[in-house]
Design a protein around this ligand. Structure first.
Ligand code: NAD
Length: 334
């Protein structure tokens, strides 16, 4: 059975080949790695395959799904948790099965959230460069203790809970907002209304999915409710925040610091070396001009443990679908 894996990076090949060889000894899959992202223009690359595998920035739109159907492909394997990039209603109508990796390592993303916060707070990125140049001045490197600060988590699913455990360990007061409260969270903190969370938190961290209801959840109105000089962290999905509103809040000094691992227009930018190119995205470039903004290129998931789990669950989903016609990780429209 053949799988076309779109948006393939060198590390995808490393982990998928290893897992295919070591964990699927009875039935190894043929994996065709394609660097191109899945779009209407590239979908034909899947010709001859039985399934495709995509990541966060592939465009699994209705026309793409129709083209897949025409190619005789009935399975889309998401090698990620989020599924906002796929038209699920169209997939269901066409009889195309979609499976995802619901949790590969919540700790990977939660720990990256902490790395972003600690970098911005203690300026380790600046200290690294300074010390290498023989500059041992502490000017500009003043940070704050995390201990005793209030951290507001928007979303207490798997990643939000992993983050809550970390911040509890740091001695933070942990607040959260989630329409579906978790019994476990109550051991780490307190649920409050979103406006209370925004008003009381020194750090606000987003851990909810991108849905119509959460699109631009952090907008000018919600930024105005935040504590003066607070830090905002987004490791979930770019479109959870209204980026021009963030820029206005940074310019007015309302927002004290911003860390993002995701960006609404990340599709044409992330996961590639663009260091020799001119980046035309003015909003992104404005963000990069602030000394109190830290951007990473969607690497929250990127640990050995998570990559192994992603490859294992993705291929496992396909094996189960082939054997039984269904699997626990199927994604269907709400
Ligand atoms: P999850 O499904 O376990 O938890 C999401 C939580 O958000 C749920 O408890 C849900 O009730 C809550 N939620 C929904 N709407 C909300 C709202 N309006 N306000 C507050 N909470 C709301 O998901 P997870 O595994 O914790 O992942 C969270 C998100 O992290 C994913 O949707 C994905 O976008 C993102 N993610 C990013 C990376 C990365 O590499 N940066 C990796 C994996 C996942």
């Amino acid at each position: 059975m053949k799988l076309t894996l779109f948006g393939a990076q060198r590390y995808d090949r490393t982990f998928f080949d290893r897992v295919n060889r070591d964990a699927f000894t009875d039935q190894q899959f043929v994996i065709d790695y394609q660097e191109a992202l899945l779009t209407e223009a590239t979908v034909a690359l899947a010709k001859g395959s039985d399934a495709i595998c995509v990541f966060v920035n592939d465009q699994v739109t209705k026309p793409v799904l129709e083209a897949l159907k025409d190619l005789g492909i009935g399975v889309v394997l998401l090698r990620c948790a989020g599924y906002n990039q796929i038209d699920l209603a169209a997939a269901q109508a066409l009889g195309i099965k979609v499976a995802r990796v619901p949790a590969y390592s919540p700790e990977a993303v939660a720990e990256h959230t902490l790395a972003l916060i600690m970098t911005l707070n203690r300026h380790t990125h600046r200290a690294f460069n300074r010390v290498r140049e023989g500059n041992f001045s502490l000017d500009g490197l003043l940070g704050q203790n995390l201990h005793g600060k209030t951290v507001g988590l928007i979303g207490t699913g798997k990643i939000g809970l992993a983050a809550a455990r970390i911040f509890k360990g740091f001695g933070c007061r942990v607040l959260a907002s989630d329409p579906v409260p978790s019994a476990e969270f109550k051991a780490y903190g307190e649920y409050v209304a979103l406006d209370v969370l925004l008003a009381q938190s020194d750090i606000v961290s987003l851990h909810c999915p991108l849905l119509p209801a959460t699109h631009h959840l952090i907008n000018a109105e919600h930024l105005a409710l935040m504590k003066q000089g607070a830090m905002l962290v987004n490791t979930s999905r770019g479109a959870l925040v209204d980026t021009p509103a963030l820029i206005a809040a940074l310019k007015s000094r309302k927002l004290g610091a911003l860390a993002i691992d995701v960006y609404e227009q990340e599709g044409p930018l992330f996961f590639q070396d663009r260091s020799f190119e001119i980046i035309d995205d003015e909003v992104f470039q404005r963000l990069m001009s602030f000394p109190n903004v830290l951007v990473t290129g969607h690497q929250g998931f990127f640990t050995t443990e998570a990559m192994t789990e992603i490859a294992t669950v993705t291929l496992g989903n396909w094996q189960t679908l082939l054997q039984t016609g269904t699997c626990v990780n199927l994604v269907v429209p709400d």
